[in-house]
Design a protein around this ligand. Structure first.
Ligand code: PEP
Ligand code: MN
Length: 354
């Protein structure tokens, strides 16, 4: 049972607890709630008659806390200087894997200078083959933090095991739940309890409703700082690594109040498709873009084929600006390049795909 309160109502919590439910209070910017799980809860009607109750809904198979109706204008997640879900777009970038200090610091500094609002980098890598590079683990998390501090960017990295959350927590600004782990309830609960923003990626074979229900697990732990990320789904098409489902943007926006960003790197698997699909995602109403960038993609230890070169990241930032403006959003680019050179915007042509 989920109960929306008008104000704190200890009587309601006590009544639910007396019936054997495990009761928690969830205090979100979009309302105060009681979640009562298990137990022999009374019918919603009975609770609805109690003082302080706005509504009570039986918990079933539909998302309740993530439902759009709770925040019709959308909710926002603050990550560094970016407010994801506001007018300004979030632009996150970084290598698939953190490889060494120079690689991650150089990338962080470059993308920060050209408009990024967040630094991504995998340290615990969910590789399809157990023989592929598995990431640097906690050492990679700490290098990512160094790079975040060197560039002023908040850092986002994937956690695969609930047991790692505690050690990662002091170094991380946002936990990523990867596509392969989207529906891992213990992991969702663990990042929910950690209380930091979460970037939740859609499973490659998950429906949008399943995706939002995975987010609901995090909210149920009292953490509403969830950013949904569409990263492509598996289809019959083999020309791309995945099929980037841009339908997800308007549909998720109708289902849920959570911000929605798009990952055209994993969504396509092809460098030449990343910028066009990023533009399309912004045009379709995404709240931000996350892309893979590497100083030398030909030498990347993972996902080189879909990683942008630095110059391409810069072009991405430049080309997203006019698209953002066309749909009532903006992308804030720094006014100066490193070294204080004025940043001159290229003409607003679409450029070529590579
Ligand atoms: C990643 O971001 O590098 C990654 C592994 O993504 P996904 O979980 O979407 O495959
Ligand atoms: Mn990757």
């Amino acid at each position: 049972m989920i109960v929306k309160l008008k104000h704190p109502a200890p009587d309601v919590a006590a009544r639910l607890a007396s019936l054997g439910a495990s009761v928690r209070t969830l205090d979100f910017p979009f309302g105060l709630f009681l979640a009562a799980l298990g137990g022999d809860v009374p019918p919603a009607k009975e609770l609805q008659a109690m003082a302080g109750v706005e509504w009570a809904r039986p918990s079933g198979s539909k998302p309740l806390l993530a439902a759009r109706a709770l925040a019709p204008k959308g909710s926002q997640v603050t990550l560094g200087r970016a407010v994801v879900g506001g007018t300004t777009l979030a632009l996150m970038g970084g290598p698939c894997s953190v490889e060494d200090r120079e690689q991650i610091v150089t990338t962080a500094r470059f993308i920060a200078a050209y408009g990024a609002t967040g630094l991504r980098g995998g340290a615990y890598k969910p590789r399809t083959s157990p023989y592929a590079f598995q990431g640097l683990g906690q050492a990679g998390v700490e290098l990512l933090r160094e790079a975040g501090d060197a560039s002023g960017l908040p850092v986002i990295t994937e956690v695969m095991d609930p047991a790692d959350v505690e050690a990662m927590l002091p170094f991380v600004d946002c936990f990523q739940i990867g596509a392969r782990n989207m529906s891992s309830a213990p992991l969702l609960r663990a990042v929910g309890r950690a209380g930091k923003p979460v970037l939740l990626k859609r499973g490659p074979a998950s429906t949008l409703e399943e995706f939002v229900l995975a987010a609901e697990y995090i909210l149920l732990e009292g953490n509403a700082q969830v950013i949904l990320c569409e990263r492509g789904i598996r289809t019959f098409e083999t020309a791309t690594r995945n099929t980037l489902d841009l339908n997800a943007i308007p549909v998720l926006k109708a289902l849920t109040h959570l911000p929605v960003i798009v990952d055209p790197s994993h969504g396509t698997g092809r460098r030449d498709a990343v910028i066009p699909m990023a533009r399309a995602a912004v045009a379709a109403g995404a709240d931000g873009i996350i892309v893979e960038v590497h100083p030398d993609p030909s030498k990347a230890l993972s996902d080189g084929a879909q990683s942008l070169h630095f110059a391409e990241f810069r072009r991405l930032a430049e080309e997203l600006g006019p698209v953002a403006l066309a749909v009532g959003r903006r992308l804030d680019l720094p006014r100066t390049q490193p070294g204080g050179v004025p940043y001159i915007r290229r003409a607003a042509g679409w450029g070529s795909a590579t």
